[in-house]
Design a protein around this ligand. Structure first.
Ligand code: ZN
Length: 496
């Protein structure tokens, strides 16, 4: 048992309104079992003094390619089409062991940042072993995850660059069936989802057969990338899937950016969720404001939305940064319209509470985990983040408005303790050592790892990966990829 004493807990009430409540929290096993002032537990309970601390629900990241760690720093000045060969297709150079270390490091980066649940779009499907290592690394880290198994076009050769266009061939569907027979993993912390970007391209009989398979395997989260970008998706993919009769509340759209009015109506009417990823969407020109801050297309649209990091290879994994960027960019766009007409808005658009909800309870609902996590309620899983309220960044803001402090003032260094499923994964500002999952013991070479062990592996492996990437022509790969995908090159221009 763990007792969190005398903290300020951010508790969701009616209409998702946040109450900052001074309370004790009793954690029994994996669950929040009591929320009350002055809880005294058994003598062997671990008591954490939370005086001058803020206790937040753990953050929910609904779209992330967690394997990408070895590529961090490569995409700072890239467009989406420049990113795809270097950020996606170089996965062909990852061994199954590289995948384990990249995934474990990515998971621990999230834990460091207070993310307790992730929807992992795992598009590194080179072999059954690659998938096994992703799952084993995720299990080792302690994070809660939907492992979204991903049939995806993979690099077949680099000289010249060609892709294996049949994403569903070879081992892919048998491996999916085998994983469905194993799931869930890690005492239920890791469940199986499905990620696939080509539903709309499948002939109807193949699509129907795939949807039957997802139903048989009781898949609750189905995710795909869709941005309404002229060069790539001139037609609405969401509308097409609806025409084909497959779009429903299981779907979680990554980005959904620059939506048509029809897209927005579909998301609201069918209960389809969206993961906005402000950093990558703003960098790569996918549309602003991000959908999570588009109440102009439907008052209820933001309620179906959530936040994701997308690529920690390109940006930080800290969900409050994404909330901050989405919120402030939406406010900027709103204010700009007034400015262009020589006016000023009488009030600020959107609130920090709305941003906080996207990062927590709405994220949990989008990931079909709303009954399990995303808020501090008796009976839910103990997925909690404890912030310092007296650090140089948080001081005064935390006492005035703790939600504003988390969204606008905090950084990962203010996250002192992270508890997932009742287990402390970050303590006193430091990641706790991880117990290596059985399936990765041969890869890890030991049964317990400290952060520095992981860091040393990543440092070594990114150099080897970098040497392989230096040997290929990424510019040529970009052109050939655009040809293979029939990208409209006329729509890509140097300037307006
Ligand atoms: Zn993505």
């Amino acid at each position: 048992m763990i007792i969190l004493k005398n903290g300020i807990a951010l508790v969701h009430g009616a209409d998702d309104h946040i109450e900052a409540r001074r309370t004790d929290i009793l954690i029994s096993g994996s669950k929040i079992s009591k929320l009350e002032a002055d809880i005294s537990g058994p003598a062997d309970a671990e008591v954490i003094d939370c005086t001058d601390k803020i206790i937040s629900p753990g953050f929910i990241d609904t779209h992330h390619h967690v394997w990408q760690t070895l590529l961090k720093g490569r995409h700072a000045n890239q467009t989406l089409l420049q990113y795809l060969p270097e950020g996606n297709f170089t996965s062909s150079f990852y061994s199954a062991e590289d995948t384990f270390w990249g995934q474990l490091s990515g998971c621990l980066e999230m834990v460091e940042c207070g993310t307790t649940s992730v929807s992992d779009f795992a598009h590194i499907n080179y072999s059954p072993e690659h998938n096994d290592q992703v799952i084993a690394a995720t299990a080792s880290s302690g994070i809660r995850s939907i492992f979204c198994y991903c049939p995806t076009p993979l690099a077949k050769s680099w000289s010249p660059f060609t892709m294996e266009m049949n994403a569903l061939g070879g081992h892919v569907l048998p491996t999916f069936d085998a994983l469905a027979a194993q799931a869930p993993w890690a005492d239920g912390r890791i469940t199986l989802g499905f990620a696939f970007d080509a539903f709309h391209l499948l002939p109807k009989p193949y699509l129907d057969a795939l949807m039957d398979r997802l139903k048989q395997h009781a898949i609750e989260v189905i995710t795909f990338h869709y941005s309404h970008i002229p060069a790539q998706a001139p037609q609405s993919i969401a509308a097409k899937l609806n025409e084909l009769g497959v779009l429903d509340e299981r779907f979680l759209v990554a980005h959904g950016s620059n939506p048509t009015q029809e897209d927005a109506h579909l998301y609201c009417r069918l209960g389809v969720h969206v993961s906005s990823t402000p950093s990558t969407e703003l960098q790569m020109g996918m549309g602003v404001p991000v959908v999570a801050f588009r109440d102009d297309l439907g008052k209820d649209l933001p309620e179906n939305c959530s936040l994701g990091v997308d690529c920690h290879s390109a940006t930080s994994a800290y969900i409050p940064y994404e909330a901050r960027l989405g919120l402030q960019s939406a406010r900027a766009v709103y204010g700009e319209k007034f400015l262009q007409q020589g006016k000023q808005p009488s009030s600020v658009k959107y609130t920090v509470e709305e941003a906080f909800n996207l990062a927590t309870i709405r994220g949990a609902r989008a990931a079909k985990m709303g009954d399990k996590t995303g808020s501090i309620v008796e009976g839910k899983c103990a997925d909690l983040v404890i912030f310092s309220a007296t650090s140089p960044c948080m001081l005064a803001a935390a006492q005035q408005d703790p939600v504003a402090a988390v969204i606008l003032h905090s950084s990962p260094s203010d996250v002192e303790t992270v508890i997932i499923d009742g287990v402390m994964r970050k303590k006193g500002g430091k990641l706790v050592n991880v117990a290596v999952d059985e399936k990765a013991k041969a890869t890890a070479g030991r049964s317990s790892l400290k952060w520095d062990d992981v860091a040393q592996q990543v440092l070594r492996r990114r150099v080897t990966l970098g040497e392989r990437i230096r040997g290929v022509d990424l510019k040529d790969a970009e052109q050939r990829m655009m040809d293979a995908w029939h990208i409209d090159k006329q729509a890509i221009v140097d300037h307006l």
